[in-house]
Design a protein around this ligand. Structure first.
Ligand SMILES: Cc1cc2nc3c(=O)[nH]c(=O)nc-3n(C[C@H](O)[C@H](O)[C@H](O)COP(=O)(O)O)c2cc1C
Length: 327
């Protein structure tokens, strides 16, 4: 997830059971220019494996140059993003707009497969809009280009992140391909992740928004798939301990000031569902120093969840700025 799955986030989620992680998507051109920000986005460490890098690109030349630059990083796979719905990306012919240019997408993937030292994968959507749900055709073309695995988000570009995920389109893609298929969309709880496996027959499920403030979802899902039970929600103390660890990692990675500012949104996600937490969240958004943030984390230890009944019941989840789903 762009703006989210940096090294600190990945280390936290891995410590709680995330088995395969991706970097934030990064533009092939910015890799070639090697800005400080891009170098940081590509940085990793020993325990941060297996790890996929995801490129945003629409021209073969930048792609080849970017692949040369990242070769020494030895990522586990390199993925091409043909799924991002953000206007400023699609306007430039990148991300999901590649779904409208199948030939170009195939060429890009063939170039990647030829030049990359590791397996190439691709992320697509159900289609561009409701009139163009071409995921199956695109998936077949990607397989033909030599990709080793494909992720499909069961929404169109037009849907963005709103509306329910379409399991049928993912099932169709899965049954049309010989390569492994990773399913994406509404992987918000262990129950919904099991439903994704059951409904689509997919080989793996990508967890995205479900991990925001809830890195325990990886551990909980593994247990649920194995035993059918879900552990209780972590207590405020465990959440606070994890926040402290995450804040430390952030400050080590970005420096204290930036690490704290970037932690503000993480704080509000971690305490989502806590009873009468609004004031603390507002204070977090005003925190300037690591010490201030630590004192808020310590205060959070005194709070509890509004819904105590079950780990994922009554869990309000905002799927877009306009739509909130209560599970
Ligand atoms: C803030 C945010 C950033 C995202 N960034 C990326 C990205 O960089 N690359 C990508 O393939 N998908 C990205 N996604 C999409 C997710 O990987 C996922 O496909 C989508 O959120 C649907 O899954 P979910 O409903 O379980 O969250 C992003 C989603 C969000 C909410």
């Amino acid at each position: 997830m762009a703006g989210i799955t940096d090294l600190p986030f990945r280390l936290i989620t891995r410590s709680l059971g995330c088995e395969f992680a991706f970097l934030e998507m990064v533009s092939a051109r910015s890799i070639v220019h090697e800005s400080r920000r891009t170098r940081r986005m590509l940085s990793s460490e020993g325990d941060d494996r297996p790890l996929g890098a995801q490129l945003l690109c629409n021209d073969p030349e930048s792609l080849v140059s970017a692949l040369d630059v990242i070769r020494p990083h030895d990522f586990t796979v390199i993925d091409l993003n043909a799924a991002c719905p953000v206007e400023k990306i699609t306007r430039k012919g990148k991300g999901a707009s590649l779904l409208k240019e199948p030939k170009k997408l195939k060429t890009l993937l063939e170039v990647m497969v030829r030049h990359a030292a590791v397996p190439v994968t691709v992320k697509i959507r159900a289609g561009w809009d409701s009139d163009s749900r071409n995921a199956r055709d695109i998936a077949l073309l990607a397989e033909d280009a030599g990709v080793s695995c494909l992720t499909v988000h069961g929404r169109t570009k037009e849907q963005g992140y709103a509306g329910r995920v379409d399991y049928d389109v993912i099932r169709t893609v899965k049954h049309s391909l010989a390569i492994p298929v990773i399913a994406s969309g509404d992987a918000l709880t262990p129950q919904l992740i099991k439903k994704m496996f059951d409904e689509t027959g997919c080989d793996a499920v990508a967890i995205a928004r479900g991990s925001l403030g809830n890195p325990w979802i990886f551990r909980d899902t593994a247990l649920y798939l194995e035993t059918g039970t879900i552990p209780d929600r972590p207590l405020a103390d465990e959440i606070a301990d994890t926040m402290r660890r995450h804040l430390d990692l952030n400050c080590g990675f970005y420096g204290e000031m930036k690490g704290t500012v970037l932690f503000r949104k993480l704080f509000t996600w971690y305490v989502k569902g806590f009873h009468e937490i609004r004031q603390l969240k507002e204070d977090a958004f005003r925190s300037q120093t690591k010490e201030q943030m630590i004192s808020l984390i310590e205060k959070a230890r005194g709070y509890s969840f509004r819904h105590a009944e079950g780990a994922y019941e009554g869990y309000a989840f905002s799927v877009s700025r306009r739509e909130t789903v209560v599970l």
